[in-house]
Design a protein around this ligand. Structure first.
Ligand code: ADP
Ligand code: ASP
Ligand code: MG
Length: 452
């Protein structure tokens, strides 16, 4: 069995939904098809929730009406029969009357907010399943809220997902296509929750891991993982193969094509992940698996909204236990540390979740001196197989970045990651100069400009 996930742009137009039907029915084998909300819907729902939270009922209702008008015209083109269209209308009417009731609730709390953002995936999957039924396909809709679970820390419970999903699959042995929602789940209080923005990729990987699928395919609007962020850098190219480790680093350090946690369940259960382009299905895309070809430098990614904390203590000199105390503070506030560098009397760390920054720095000050922390930092992450480091990777990187102030460098923690911390205002420049130096330098020397 395979798991295929289609993102927002891939389901964002009626004709795209038609192409997805062709794609999922043109290859043999049972598939679980995970869908995102139509592009723009999750943002629209979040914005509606903000108006509701601010008690601006008129604004929330106006946003709702605009979104509903989009769905009203979408279904006109999606369905090909009057019966199909009637079913589509019923789905849209039911969903939007529920949304209307949600945004009227006062106070509008986190519970309502989470229910509201879940409606995007509930809409897209019901509409698509009704379209498949209209076309006579042998499919069934599995509500993700019945099997996708997270624990009190927001971590998915893979064993629970496996048990519930396997039981559901056993009840429908004749169904070839199983449609389900990405992104949404239930928390331990049985409330509707989600896997954070972009979470449909994570859903696909959790399902693939849970059922030990043959392969997980993530279908999006680009032909695989590129060597650099195509939104910022002009000359990028798709990478054909990545190891789980390399892909995990790129996703975690900002390659938007994948939710940061996507690779974890796939790697744990050794299920290959293939990234494919819905608009260009014949393109090979990227295969993520245990092995990959040995190109030394594979890709560059950047993660924004990083805070750097600089900790000093003369007590650190020749002392043990100091780092433990530092990390206990981060552990207490459940705040992961991304980068760390140390000297004899100082340690610098970065975090991407500043929610508890004030409490963390107050506790650190009880036993150390803190320099003013830096906000608006970006981690630039260079990923590849550096085990031999034949080519002097650090030299090339620092040479390319010589005009950009670097706050921290981390190299050697693993054989496939070199990270640098810079102010976010230098990010675009850094990504571009590194692209030229690491991927086009030899060509530039020879006067040719072709992607490797
Ligand atoms: P979906 O809606 O299908 O989940 P996303 O918008 O979340 O799609 O992810 C795809 C987008 O990720 C691409 O259109 C591209 O602009 C962006 N992106 C950022 N970094 C990379 C990268 N290294 N490789 C490919 N795409 C990337
Ligand atoms: N619809 C959700 C979002 O926009 C999840 C996803 O698209 O992966 O974040
Ligand atoms: Mg995405």
């Amino acid at each position: 069995m395979q798991v295929w996930k289609f993102g927002g742009t891939s389901v964002g137009k009626p004709e795209r939904m038609h192409s997805i039907r062709t794609l999922i029915t043109s290859t043999e084998g049972r598939k679980i098809v995970v869908l995102s909300a139509l592009s723009g819907t999750t943002n629209a729902l979040i914005s509606m929730g903000e108006s509701a939270k601010a008690n601006n009922e008129a604004e929330a209702t106006q946003k709702l009406d605009e979104l509903k008008a989009h769905y009203d015209s979408f279904i006109q083109e999606l369905y090909q029969t009057n019966e199909g269209l009637a079913t589509g209308r019923k789905i849209v009417e039911n969903e939007f009357s529920f949304i209307r009731s949600l945004i009227g609730i006062r106070p509008f709390t986190l519970k309502q907010e989470k229910e509201l953002v879940a409606q995007g995936e509930l809409l897209s999957t019901q509409m698509f399943q009704a379209y498949l039924a209209e076309q006579g396909e042998n499919s069934v809709l599995f509500p993700a809220l019945e099997f996708m679970r997270i624990d009190a820390d927001g971590e998915p419970e893979l064993e629970v997902i496996e048990k519930k999903l396997t039981a559901m699959l056993d009840q429908h042995p004749d169904k070839q296509l199983i449609i389900t929602q990405g992104f949404i789940c239930r928390n331990p209080r049985r409330q509707v929750d989600n896997l954070k923005r972009g979470g449909s990729d994570y859903t696909a990987s959790l399902i693939g891991g849970a059922i030990r699928a043959e392969e997980i395919q993530i279908w999006t609007d680009i032909d695989g993982m590129h060597n650099n962020d195509p939104r910022i850098v002009k000359r990028t190219f798709p990478i054909r193969e990545l190891t789980f480790e390399e892909a995990a680093e790129l996703a975690y350090f900002g390659a938007k094509i994948l939710h940061p946690s996507t690779i974890t369940p796939a790697k744990m259960r050794e299920v290959p992940v293939r990234l494919k382009n819905t608009m260009q299905p014949e393109a090979p895309g990227t295969l993520i698996a245990n092995q990959s070809t040995d190109r030394e430098i594979k890709a560059i990614a950047a993660k924004d909204n990083i805070t750097a904390i600089y900790i000093h203590s003369t007590r650190m000199l020749n002392a043990y236990g100091f780092l433990r105390r530092v990390f206990e503070v981060f552990e207490k506030y459940k705040t992961p540390v991304d980068m760390i560098t140390t000297s004899e009397v100082s340690v610098s760390v970065t975090i991407d979740n500043p929610e508890n920054l004030a409490a963390i720095t107050a506790e650190l000050r009880e036993f150390a001196d803190l320099e003013e922390h830096d906000l608006e930092q970006s981690i630039i992450c260079i990923v590849g197989n550096f085990s031999a480091d034949k080519e002097g990777i650090a030299l090339k990187v620092l040479d390319a970045m010589k005009h950009i102030p670097i706050r921290m460098i981390s190299y050697g923690a693993s054989e496939h990651n070199l990270s640098l911390l810079i102010h976010s205002k230098y990010k675009a420049d850094a990504l571009n100069v590194l692209n030229e130096r690491l991927f086009y330098y030899e060509d530039a020397m020879k006067g040719i400009f072709t992607a490797p």
